[in-house]
Design a protein around this ligand. Structure first.
Ligand code: CAA
Length: 383
């Protein structure tokens, strides 16, 4: 049975910060971000947007009422969860009005979580072929003002509908994973922002890729010549390019580098969305490459600090372009550009919760938004 991605959607918050403005404010050469990191902008989420509202918006953009009746599993991958107990998938299930007989869960393993969700969704559909599974990758990447990772922040959510006979991509059964118990990027429960061993994390990203790819080749007999494009986890675009350069040579490197630049168009202007970054790169490839075509094979490298990584692949389906949004770049370009002062106050605003567990009502006209906190409960509003 062919199982894979039937639909894919994406949403970013409506604010954006230009990294040239950030560089000027931090007294850094703008080329460090533009050339050194290959990044130009970052998406900025206001306090009324969180992983639940972003995830719900991304899913709402692709789901029909029929889909909502057929979905029997909702999976949210995230590392910027709003609750230590209740899964964001449960809140999103409620906001979207999906039929009640559903398994809803949240998966955490840094930027790898949604990839695990995709594999779980595939196994579920293999067992129950008429099922549809909603897989959401939703994150707000926040490192702190003037922190080492500040220029690589971002926010956004990807939603994918996984089903039999998918209309975008069939997922192959060639997954190879690796787990390494390392401390390259983590966030203790008492910390607002992650702790990062920046240089070590970049080395681990590449070493996990080269060693897992060697194993992938050994186990599957496939080589880079089999692939038209490669999508990698993109914490910042230069990291992905370095990963590609670590495993590809000659004409493979030339071909995959051309596709790589098409696959980072959105990542460069959104920033890191952690577990959704690899799928934002897929969406960018699908919507910005004229070179790819049906039956092309795409290779993926998913990396989550801590660390778990996975290499897997998929095949593009005839007619995949009919499922895409040709206006997405224009919509992203229409976001409100913030000054650095505005970014600092909007992105780092925190709700003031009083002794009774209440916080003031918020106004936000987005399709889904946090309305208020009442009795320690987050109350969402559907627009
Ligand atoms: N013009 C052009 N290039 C310049 C430049 C200039 N004026 N100034 C600096 N550069 C280049 C540097 O040469 C360097 O390029 P190379 O790596 O190719 O040599 C690049 O810009 C970055 O410079 P630095 O290494 O000096 O930058 P930094 O010390 O500020 O650290 C970072 C960069 C470690 C990535 C930091 O942004 C960080 O900690 N980020 C968060 C962690 C992260 O993203 N890790 C990635 C792997 S882990 C992962 O993937 C999970 C995840 O999502 C977090």
């Amino acid at each position: 049975m062919n199982i894979g991605i039937d639909k894919i959607g994406f949403v970013a918050p409506s604010y954006v910060l230009d990294l040239a403005d950030l560089a000027a404010a931090r007294n850094i050469d703008p080329n460090k971000f533009k050339i050194g990191l290959l990044q130009s902008q970052m998406a900025v989420a206001p306090v009324s947007q969180d992983i639940v509202t972003l995830g719900a918006q991304a899913a709402q953009a692709i789901l029909t009422d029929q889909d909502k009746q057929a979905i029997d599993m909702v999976i949210v991958g995230t590392e910027s969860s709003v609750d230590q107990s209740k899964a964001a998938a449960v809140s999103i299930h409620g906001l979207l009005g999906i039929q009640p007989f559903v398994r809803s869960i949240e998966i955490k393993e840094a930027c790898y979580g949604a990839t695990a969700g995709l594999s779980l969704a595939k196994s579920h559909v293999a067992q129950f072929p008429t099922s549809k599974v909603l897989v959401i990758a939703s994150d707000i990447a926040k490192y702190g003002i003037a922190s080492g990772g500040e220029s690589t922040q971002g926010a956004g959510a990807i939603a994918m509908l996984v089903s039999a006979d998918p209309r975008i991509m069939v997922l192959n059964n060639d997954n190879i994973c690796q787990t390494r118990d390392i401390m390259d990027f983590w966030r203790p429960n008492y910390d607002k922002y992650p702790r990062v061993d920046g240089k070590y994390s970049t080395e681990q990203y590449t070493d996990c890729l080269t060693t897992t790819f060697a194993r992938y080749q050994e186990k599957t007999g496939k080589s880079l010549a089999d692939f038209a494009a490669m999508c990698l986890h993109i914490p910042f675009s230069k990291q992905g390019l370095k990963g590609l350069q670590a495993i590809a040579q000659g004409s493979d490197l030339e071909r995959l580098t051309e596709r790589f630049h098409e696959a980072i168009v959105y990542n460069q202007i959104v920033g890191n969305i952690y577990t959704g970054s690899i799928f934002l790169s897929l969406l960018s490839l699908l919507e910005n490459s004229q070179a790819i075509q049906a039956d092309d094979q795409v290779l993926f490298y998913s990396y989550g600090s801590g660390a778990v990584c996975e290499i897997f692949s998929g095949r593009l389906v005839e007619g995949f372009r009919d499922q895409l949004d040709s206006q997405r770049l224009e919509k992203l370009e229409a976001r409100t550009r913030l000054t650095v002062d505005q970014y600092e106050s909007i992105f780092f605003e925190e709700l003031q919760v009083d002794d009774q567990g209440n916080a003031a009502e918020l106004t936000d006209t987005a399709p889904f938004a946090l309305h208020k906190i009442e009795d320690h409960k987050r109350i969402y509003r559907k627009g």
